[in-house]
Design a protein around this ligand. Structure first.
Ligand SMILES: Cc1ncc(COP(=O)(O)O)c(C=O)c1O
Length: 404
């Protein structure tokens, strides 16, 4: 009898809807690179592959921790000095009803843990559309069907309250808001946060406020933390080091639980059960959390100056290019222009890579209102690279679709 395994090992069917368009496009880029071309990558939200450098004092702190032997497992919720620093950060964000904080391996793990700790089969969580694809991927993994609410492009990409009301079911447990937003670069208004809080109160929802880009605001308005507007509403605010402190490869994120103490108590215990099961977040890197949050913030001035200039260049191009229109981004480093073309945005994006070697991500990869087409630009590259990329996109559109 042969002992070799011949039948195919198939993945779980619940993974069928897991999409990560950003990485899926890499196959098309690989074709182009294999032909000897250089691809202009406007698709990945990693500042470190462009002209943004990690502040040296943060690197020193992690290095020192490794040298000092902090290389074993950390406490499951995180090391005490990092937790204290995150508590003080919550206070600076205006969060007055903080109940708990914990450290994770990136906000990716905060999302994973917080959703897994909440939903039972048959329940749902409202997520924005367009969204950051991690949310739908985690919900798929949990076997939870998507329940996406629209962001309204005609209202500067604010959540569309009427659509949220329509999508609410008796089994809806929570709502995700991403502010500043990926992929649109929008900011929620104070009024909008109040309205979402009101809705959460009426429907007994927990709010997941993804504020990973809260220090990357590109204008003079301060960022408004959801939990500061609604201290009574159960909320987990997500924050991390990847974007604000330019260390996405370190995988450091955190959750800040706030709201009525009795309302969040047993949910928080559930979160900690999962945190213990996965042992801990990266250990030595946690020693950089306090120096990051409380040390010099000079790099942020430089990061915002560069991003502001690149945002302006991007917006100018969108305004002057036929078939393109865009709500001006106000935070993070993304723009999500609408395009008026006679084919799908996925075909547009793939052909753009093949013909002009410029890589952006199609709007359908994030979910979007049916009948609309968009693409997402990451405007992290320098002005010269962006100018070249935008010239390529304009040329491509003219050649493929003609004059408008
Ligand atoms: C809105 C949003 N949330 C979470 C993440 C994941 O962040 P982390 O690197 O901390 O896992 C990203 C990364 O791009 C993001 O854009």
């Amino acid at each position: 009898m042969p002992l070799t395994q011949t039948r195919e090992i198939t993945p779980a069917s619940r993974l069928e809807n897991v999409r990560y368009a950003i990485r899926d496009l890499a196959c098309v880029a690989d074709e182009v690179i294999a032909q000897g071309h250089k691809v202009l990558a406007l698709n990945v939200g990693d500042p470190n592959i462009f002209d943004f450098q990690t502040p040296p004092h943060i690197i020193e702190a992690a290095y020192k921790a490794m040298r000092d032997g902090k290389n074993g497992y950390a406490p499951s919720p995180g090391i005490p000095e990092a937790l204290e620093a995150i508590r003080r950060e919550a206070a600076r964000k205006g969060i007055t009803s903080l109940r708990d904080v914990f450290v994770t391996s990136g906000v990716s793990e905060t999302v994973d843990v917080c959703l897994a700790a909440l939903v039972n089969p048959g329940e749902d969580v409202l997520t924005p559309k367009p969204d950051y694809p991690l949310y739908s991927a985690v919900l798929c993994k949990l076997g939870i069907g998507l329940n996406a609410y629209d962001l309204n492009e005609d209202d500067a990409w604010q959540p569309e309250l009427a659509d949220i009301e329509r999508k609410l079911t008796p089994r809806t447990r929570g709502i995700v808001i991403i502010n500043p937003n990926n992929p649109t670069g929008s900011l929620c208004t104070h009024r909008m946060l109040e309205q979402i809080a009101d809705l959460a109160r009426r429907h007994n929802l927990i709010v997941f406020a993804d504020e990973i880009y809260d220090k990357l605001i590109l204008e003079d308005t301060p960022h408004i933390a959801f939990a500061s507007v609604a201290p009574d509403v159960p909320c987990v605010t997500f924050g991390g080091m990847s974007k604000n402190y330019l260390v996405p490869g370190w995988r450091i994120g955190w959750g800040m639980v706030s709201g009525d103490a009795a309302a969040v108590k047993s949910y928080t215990e559930g979160v900690h059960r999962l945190l213990r099961a996965r042992l801990c977040a990266n250990h030595p890197e946690q020693y950089a959390i306090k120096p990051a949050l409380e040390g010099p913030q000079d790099h942020l001035v430089e990061v915002r100056r560069k991003l502001g200039s690149r945002r302006d260049l991007t917006q100018k191009w969108c305004e002057s290019t036929p078939r393109v229109s865009c709500v001006a981004p106000r935070g993070a480093f993304y723009a999500f222009p609408k395009i008026d073309i006679p084919e799908s945005d996925e075909v547009f994006v793939k052909e753009l890579i093949r013909q002009k070697h410029v890589m952006v991500v199609h709007g359908s990869g994030f979910g979007q209102k049916s009948g609309t087409q968009h693409f997402r630009i990451v405007f992290l590259p320098d002005e010269q690279t962006l100018t070249k990329a935008y010239a390529g996109i304009a040329e491509f559109m003219l050649e493929r679709y003609g004059e408008h």
